[in-house]
Design a protein around this ligand. Structure first.
Ligand SMILES: O=C(O)CCC(=O)C(=O)O
Length: 265
């Protein structure tokens, strides 16, 4: 499977412009790289304009969901749609939508962990459910959003259930770029799966973001590392058989002793 990751800058509070930018990018990326699956960053329609989200959020995914479905069918691509601010029953969630090449919504997930450093709990509601595996073109994926990366207990069950690729979409700040790199590499090694991440660049409200969208193989080798501060398209293919190979060479999943782990995790 060939992936394109859009390490984009985001126009704050202007979903229409951001959708237009993403449309232009998809048109040119499809012509150039012919991807099977594209990946966008976190909150790419609004950026972290938390105080304005009541007004700027999509409602039940619209209009962004229809936009993503249209792009998927038009170009015959799968889309892991980063995440968007999304109002549902009066609450605002940070929601990832995954659309297949037929334009079907195959998966949705709301960010589970809210960021105390950003006072997110004043503006957003946590999803309250763990991520589940979804499939695209026969491959098994998990997807999480930014701060979720700090919680290995959220990700472990995905690996146990056979996820081959973990996708992490983010607006991770430059100030903690070392954490970002090391956590992504750790999640790949400990779960013996590919990790692909899409992080934004640019700045908003005095916070500079760190780019550095990464691809890591199940052995922990870095496949690519985006720039810290430039918009960039990362195009990559994964040799999926590496997952089985690494799990065979170092068979941690058959070495587990869940009955001694707290909560049998
Ligand atoms: O965990 C971090 O350091 C960054 C988290 C974050 O900025 C986010 O989840 O949006």
């Amino acid at each position: 499977m060939k992936f394109s990751i859009y390490q984009m800058d985001i126009v704050p509070g202007d979903p229409k412009s951001n959708r237009e930018n993403v449309k232009t990018w998809i048109d040119s990326d499809v012509a150039k790289n012919n991807p099977d699956t594209i990946i966008l960053p976190e909150m790419w329609t609004t950026a972290y304009t938390l105080e304005d989200l009541q007004e700027l959020s999509d409602v039940n995914g619209e209009p962004t969901l229809s936009f993503l479905k249209e792009q998927a069918t038009k170009h015959d691509i799968n889309i892991i749609g980063g995440s968007i601010a999304n109002k549902n029953d009066g609450q605002i969630f940070n929601t990832t939508y995954v659309i297949d090449r037929k334009g079907q919504l195959v998966y949705e997930y709301n960010k589970a962990h809210l960021v105390p450093m950003l006072q997110e709990h004043h503006y957003l509601t946590g999803g309250g459910k763990p991520p589940e595996i979804f499939e695209l073109d026969g491959l098994k994926f998990g997807a999480i959003i930014c701060y979720d990366l700090r919680f290995p207990e959220l990700i472990r069950p995905l690996a146990i259930e056979g996820a081959q690729v973990l996708v992490v979409v983010a607006e991770w700040p430059l100030a903690r770029r070392d954490h970002w790199r090391n956590l992504l590499i750790s999640r790949a090694i400990e779960n013996q799966m590919f990790v692909l991440s899409a992080n934004r660049v640019g700045s908003y409200d005095g916070v500079e973001f760190s780019g550095t969208s990464m691809g890591i193989d199940p052995w922990g080798n870095i496949l690519f590392e985006g720039s810290k501060n430039h918009e960039q398209t990362i195009s990559t293919s994964l040799e999926i058989s590496k997952v089985d190979q690494v799990r065979k060479d170092v068979p941690i999943f058959s070495s587990r002793v869940p009955h001694i782990y707290k909560n049998n995790q």
